[in-house]
Design a protein around this ligand. Structure first.
Ligand code: PRP
Ligand code: URA
Length: 208
């Protein structure tokens, strides 16, 4: 599956402000929401359409609506939460599942601590949301979890990814399309994306 870098000027401009260390939590939250809306617009570009008949005030017309699977959002807690409202603005009927996963600070391995997904997840196309794709441990664990429960149509949306992270997801889940707003080259020894934007959860919620 191709990895798609969203090069739209609005996405690129807003990611630059997001990266800035002087951007405070309020603006950071607003930007994550706005970028998520714009990226969801791109990530839903290939949803299948079907014909339907609509009665307008002046007559009948053949028109098109989204067909097939219903949609769902699965933010990875905490930072993925910041992306949900921006996408719900475009897809208000989507169900929202939650996966709580954090990285152990020493091993950088994902630790799962909460899961609540839509009961009919097998019938939905699920968008897994996480602003950061660093080692890919968290996103890979989330996709593993969904697939084990029968989820089939899955798309990953991340604002900033490392090349390592993209390579890791592509290797373990070659069927999953990945949409990213930026690809950074390196990770530091603590597993942070460099230059990245720092700790997304802490910047969203002002916890540091
Ligand atoms: C951050 C981020 C991702 C993860 C990415 O979460 O929001 O979920 O790290 O890193 P990875 O690709 O190496 O797994 P964190 O563990 O800081 O938890 P938080 O969102 O609760 O702060
Ligand atoms: N998690 C973050 O929040 N930022 C990074 O750079 C890597 C993981």
């Amino acid at each position: 599956m191709p990895v798609e870098l969203i090069t739209h000027p609005l996405v690129q401009h807003k990611i630059s402000i997001l990266r800035d260390k002087n951007t405070g939590p309020k603006d950071f939250r607003d930007l994550v929401e706005e970028i998520s809306t714009l990226m969801a617009y791109e990530a839903t570009r290939n949803l299948p359409l079907e014909d339907t008949l609509i009665e307008t005030p002046l007559g009948q017309c053949s028109s098109r609506i989204i067909s097939g699977k219903k949609l769902g959002l699965v933010p990875i807690l905490r930072a993925g939460l910041g992306m949900v409202n921006g996408i719900l603005k475009l897809i208000p009927a989507a169900k929202v599942g939650h996966l709580g996963i954090y990285r152990d600070h020493h091993t950088l391995k994902p630790v799962e601590y909460y899961a609540k997904l839509p009961e009919d997840l097998q019938e939905r196309h699920l968008f897994v949301l996480d602003p950061m794709l660093a080692t890919a441990g968290s996103s890979t664990a989330a996709i593993d979890y969904i697939k084990k429960r029968g989820g089939k149509g899955i798309t990953l949306i991340c604002l900033i990814a490392s090349q390592n992270g993209i390579d890791a997801v592509t290797k373990s889940h070659p069927d999953i399309p990945i949409f990213v707003g930026a690809i950074d080259k390196t990770l530091n020894q603590k597993g942070y994306i460099v230059p990245g934007l720092g700790d997304a959860g802490d910047r969203l919620f002002g916890t540091r």
